[in-house]
Design a protein around this ligand. Structure first.
Ligand SMILES: *Cc1c(COP(=O)(O)O)cnc(C)c1O
Length: 492
């Protein structure tokens, strides 16, 4: 029962190099009306380069068509539901884009004097204020360029605070449901990582945690709600345990889409956290950036925040560099400012009630999917679902079909796959996050697709094992692609 298969023009696109023919140009210039000079002589040989060997030569229309055709092979949130769990692929309202393109904001340059950039500084100041209201924290830096970058900044802040107290300590505790960036961050910041087990409800086991905290532990990095989409109900108790031993609580705020307007990390014991503006606050997302991962802290960590810090004196905004305890810059200039503009536009357009509604709709949508596919797929953790739900391929695996196969088959039904095989504590994980921006009609199509695939697996597993069938490229060898990538074109 394929209700809607979105197919594009059936045309495979060669590489631009393969389309090349010598002498073609994508531009035309008027005839030279000044004496010709040798560029290498005028600019110096070190500033000019020879022709690039094998550079593709195509006309303007060929270049345009090439990239436009490639763009039709992509999937995007603007085409349909993008249920990639943990990533919060919500729709980005176009008004954000319009605001970010306002000339004075889009063309502000970091070397402009403060007297000429009061507007953009006010935008950043206003965003800081709103993020503090949303998180319940005391101060925030907008510098970090992604969630992982925010984690790294946050752990450096914890290290700096503990060092100022005489001992940076050695270990960071991380629950086994955590995102891979958490242990990577801890390691990069010079800490060793100790795993904390989850219990069968999918929450941190408080007893194991209490046993693991000693004087060597600098912090716990916890995601809340965690990557199972489960709210850590013991979070206040967990924070008390950490604080009693002089350790900090870092919250990975990638899942704030389940909390905004409902609960504030600053109120449940968190000392440092990051936000992913490109997840929760509807700034463009994917393709490697740009992202934005502001880090919010409690009072005791404020002196260590990256510099410069934004301040307002007598109505004038300026940058404060005079911060002797700061960990320094974590990025050139002031962060991905275009993302700040979009996030502020999103927050202001929604207002407090609108943000809370968005959160409640995100949770409702995830629970709707959970309820409707619950008869077809195994849900290992039965605790209440927040903004995403994690199923297992357990039942389908018995027939030889795994989460990755089901994901490929979803492409035939016109959907981007869910997150495959993460979190690691769920065998054959199928992690689904619809976000609040999906209508009941779109969710129903998605649910129908998943139910239809579950039936196909019982009747004709080959259909799913060989998917996708409706794409221009069928299943690729992902292992070879990852291990032996061919990234340079060679004429054959
Ligand atoms: C997305 C995500 C991150 C990393 O954020 P980036 O912006 O991709 O660097 C960290 N933790 C969790 C739980 C996430 O979902």
């Amino acid at each position: 029962m394929i209700k809607k298969v979105r197919q594009h023009i059936n045309q495979n696109e060669p590489l631009l190099f393969e389309n090349s023919s010598p002498g073609k140009r994508g531009y035309q210039l008027p005839p030279l009306d000044v004496p010709a000079v040798d560029a290498a002589k005028v600019l110096g040989a070190q500033n000019t380069r020879a022709e690039i060997e094998g550079f593709p030569e195509v006309s303007e229309v060929e270049a345009i068509r090439h990239f436009t055709r490639l763009s039709t092979q992509n999937y995007a949130i603007d085409l349909g539901l993008y249920p990639l769990g943990s990533c919060t692929m919500k729709y980005n309202p176009r008004v954000n884009e319009q605001v970010a393109r306002i000339e004075g904001l889009a063309w502000a340059h970091p070397y402009h004097p403060e007297s000429l950039t009061q507007g953009i500084l006010a935008v950043m100041g206003e965003l800081e204020k709103m993020l503090l209201e949303i998180t319940g924290m005391d101060a925030v830096t907008l510098q970090p360029a992604a969630g992982a970058h925010g984690e790294f900044t946050g752990i450096l802040l914890i290290r700096a605070l503990l060092e100022s107290r005489g001992n940076p300590r050695k270990k960071i505790l991380i629950p086994d449901s955590a995102h891979g960036t958490n242990p990577a961050t801890a390691t990069m910041a010079g800490y060793s990582v100790e795993n904390i087990k989850s219990n069968d409800r999918g929450m941190v086991d408080v007893e194991s945690l209490a046993r693991a905290v000693d004087d060597d532990v600098a912090a716990l990095m916890i995601t809340n709600p965690n990557t199972l989409g489960v709210f850590e109900q013991n979070i206040t108790r967990i924070a008390e345990i950490m604080h009693a031993k002089g350790a900090m609580v870092y919250m990975d705020g990638a899942n704030m889409n389940a909390l905004v307007g409902i609960a504030r990390p600053g109120d449940f014991g968190v000392d440092v956290m990051h936000l992913n503006l490109h997840k929760t606050f509807s700034t463009p997302h994917g393709g490697g950036g740009p992202g934005s991962g502001p880090v919010a802290v409690k009072r005791q960590l404020v002196p260590f925040l990256p510099k410069p810090r934004l301040r307002q004196i007598g109505g004038q905004w300026s940058w404060n560099y005079d911060l002797p305890q700061s960990i320094g810059r974590v990025r050139a200039f002031y962060g991905n400012i275009g993302m700040h503009v979009r996030a502020l536009a999103y927050i202001m357009a929604h207002g407090g009630d609108g943000l809370r509604n968005a959160t409640m709709d995100a949770v409702l949508n995830a629970n709707y999917i959970r309820a409707l596919i619950g008869d077809y797929y195994v849900l290992p953790h039965k605790a209440p679902t927040m903004h995403e739900c994690v199923f297992s391929d357990e039942r389908q695996a018995k027939l030889g079909v795994r989460t990755g196969d089901i994901a490929k088959r979803l492409i035939d039904y016109g959907f981007h796959p869910y997150t495959v095989s993460f979190p690691l504590i769920v065998q054959g994980a199928m992690m689904i996050e619809p976000t609040e921006t999906e209508s009941k009609a779109e969710l129903d199509l998605f649910v129908d697709a998943l139910i239809s695939i579950a039936k196909e697996i019982e009747e004709n597993p080959e259909m799913v094992l060989k998917a996708p069938h409706n794409t221009r490229t069928s299943r690729v060898d992902e292992t070879t692609a990852a291990r032996k990538p061919i990234v340079r074109w060679k004429p054959n």
